[in-house]
Ligand binder design. Sequence first.
Ligand SMILES: Nc1ncnc2c1ncn2[C@@H]1O[C@H](COP(=O)(O)OP(=O)(O)O)[C@@H](O)[C@H]1O
Ligand SMILES: [Mg+2]
Length: 507
Amino acid sequence: MLAKVFSAAVNGIEVNEVVVEIDCSPGLPEFRLVGLPDAAVKESIDRVKAAIRNSGLDFPPRKITVNLAPADIRKEGPSFDLPIAAAVLAATGQVPAEALDEYLILGELALDGGVRGVSGILPAVMQLCKIKKKALVPMENAREAAIVEDMEIYGINTLSDLKDILLGLPKTPVPPPKEWLTEFTGADFGMDMSDVKGQAAARRAMEVAAAGGHNIMLIGPPGSGKTMLARRLATILPPLTREEALETTTIYSVSGQLLGGRSFITSRQFRAPHHTISAAGMAGGGTYPKPGEVSLAHNGVLFLDEFPEFRREVLEILRQPLEDQVVAISRANSRMTYPASFMLVAAMNPCPCGYAGDSRKQCRCSPQEIARYMHKLSGPLLDRIDLHVDVPRLSEDELTDTRPAESSAAIRERVVRARGRQLERFRGTKVWCNARMTPAMLKSVPIEDSASGLLRESVGKLSLSARAYDRVLKMALTIADLEGKDVINTNHIAEAVNYRNLDRKYF
Ligand SMILES: Nc1ncnc2c1ncn2[C@@H]1O[C@H](COP(=O)(O)OP(=O)(O)O)[C@@H](O)[C@H]1O
Ligand SMILES: [Mg+2]
């Protein structure tokens, strides 16, 4: 007897429909899997057999052939267990074969017949809801899948649950999660900008960075509050839009990070990988390629503390996502891309010992040592960091000041207003903040003649690259947006140029 089950192959964030076909005929007992399955999929055979028997169902001694079609699509991981088991049950007459037509089925089986969560459920459901209207997924993935509006989701715990549903026993679909449907207000990050004393200039720079989506580098001696400031960037960014939340949740879904508790992402992510991270950890990769830190930070913040300590090749990886908002991962015989649109926050000491330019402590580094240290930052990468900001040691007065500083909520309000102006400006395009403007868009930026003159003059003095020139102009526009001004004036340019600190001091 023949049976067919509709399932999906998820490679990266790309989804392809897969049909599990099964033929069950008399003959020497055999259970064969064809259609380019990888090792983990081949192991399905053993899991399916054990799960069916241990669920008190019948696994008849027949000649069974399973085909995963189309054959030319890569099929990986354990998510074909459940559709294969469903096909066996149908082909052996234990559930009606027609019942299978309605469903998309995905899930891993345990030997005892329990159903385990798998990665990539969200993109599978999101993309295949055009074809099927119901899905049978592991209970652990049910809430994640239920954020897709167009499909009825049934969460199942065991193979017996699956059998019951296919036999037509009444079961209610999992409702869309309340937390998903209510407005995202920006999460409780457990920290606030009001914790940060003094550092008026750095706080202002953080606000400008957040308001235009610009990358920022904090430079200062140990203990001045660089890490503290950076960790609070997500608290002053606008809340995620639902579309952004879907994108970020998709990445966490395929990286297998939605299993065990967390079902979806509704706040901007803050990623702070250690400087010993490998290239694959940063970009993504592995035998079953998982998204790297640049993608896990998608629509959020990537924080690189002790920036010059990162390996050169790891820093170079950042260039592509900083330019194109995607990262490409090469595999043995294919390539895939993941979204990687993040705000970069970097922090570093001004020299190897950390105290160059400090008001109290003497720096022990030679000029050559400082030059070597700064040289680790390649020009092209630095060019892509818009704001370079000094974070000096706090004065005694600042340290002992007990007045609370301005809260994240107050700053975020101004940021949201400035971003609102940008959304208006870029309506109908794919751009959503000043930092992402195309060179063509920059040509029509409204700027006073005197401001234009100041910009040309400053660029000459600092010998800025063409890219840095563009970035100064974008920052100036953000500063104007924060002020609610439509035209860039000399003040805006002066402040923006001021943020090219490193160009001025070291290059
Ligand atoms: N501006 C500040 N306001 C309040 N506390 C601060 C400030 N700067 C530093 N601190 C205190 O010093 C600690 C170290 O700060 P941190 O941000 O790690 O410094 P850095 O990263 O510059 O070395 C913080 O945990 C905090 O307790
Ligand atoms: Mg630090």
